[in-house]
Design a protein around this ligand. Structure first.
Ligand code: FES
Length: 108
């Protein structure tokens, strides 16, 4: 089962084993992981699922689409040009069996 690790600014972390095909945003919201809101339900229209991806996983992610690019510019927390992504665009599964992300201090 794919694994997602959410690192929080206070040093705590949430580790979830989730079904393949799950997104970082949906998994967080469904399991009560704090700090990820997912206001638009995964339509790339809110940026409240902004996350910072740990470096070892970056080259396994899909390209950033134009929609995602625009939304990242609106994120409440500062964008990290190399590590910021929308959690609703990140799907775990065969291609990405594991991912670790930092949860921003603010989403709204
Ligand atoms: S949930 Fe709204 S942009 Fe990801």
């Amino acid at each position: 089962m794919p694994k997602i690790t959410y690192h929080h600014a206070d040093g705590n972390q949430d580790v979830l084993d989730v079904p393949g095909g799950s997104t970082v945003m949906r998994s967080a919201v469904s399991n009560g992981v704090r700090g990820i809101v997912g206001e638009c339900g995964g339509q790339a229209m809110c940026a409240t699922c902004h996350v910072y991806v740990h470096t070892p996983y970056l080259d396994r992610l899909p390209e950033i689409s134009e929609d995602e690019e625009e939304m990242l510019e609106c994120a409440a927390a500062e964008r990290d040009e190399s590590r910021s992504r929308l959690g609703c665009r990140l799907t775990v599964g065969d291609e990405l069996p594991e991912i670790e992300i930092d949860v921003p201090k603010a989403q709204v």
